[in-house]
Design a protein around this ligand. Sequence first.
Ligand code: DAT
Ligand code: MG
Length: 150
Amino acid sequence: MQKTLVLLKPDALQRGLVGEIISRLEGKGLKIVALKMLHMDEELAKRHYQIHKDKSFFQDLVKHITSAPIIAAIFEGENAVDVVRRTMGETDPALALPGTIRGDLALDIGRNLIHGSDSEQTAEEEIDIFFSEEEIFHYSREIERWITES
Ligand code: DAT
Ligand code: MG
């Protein structure tokens, strides 16, 4: 089953939106298989966002993500990577559709609340950065057959 990394950025915690955001992903049927709170340091932030290192917003991005604690989680489910991305909405909350997390709860691209891996390959790499094997849980849910047919 596919796994994806989700980060609830400092703005999500500061605004008291952790429960709401996790609830939306849980409600969709995705299973939480890892969850923790941490304060990212500059080294981790730069590693996580290395693909953006030459972008004009890189410094601001690193500054924001390291400014206060975050929640890191792994969600598992059928097509989890794409499902999370679509549930998050467009990167720029001004363009994100109503009904999405960013569309409903955010205004500014630099305060868009949530990170989700953008491909299966990226998800594997990002999960490795944030979680050790022991922190990832393997369990079944009785309700699964009511969420996924096969
Ligand atoms: P996403 O988080 O939707 O995967 P991304 O990987 O392109 O988006 O960018 C990572 C983060 O960087 C994004 O969540 C917010 C910030 N960002 C992206 N584009 C930006 C821009 N044009 N101005 C300011 N911040 C930006
Ligand atoms: Mg991205």
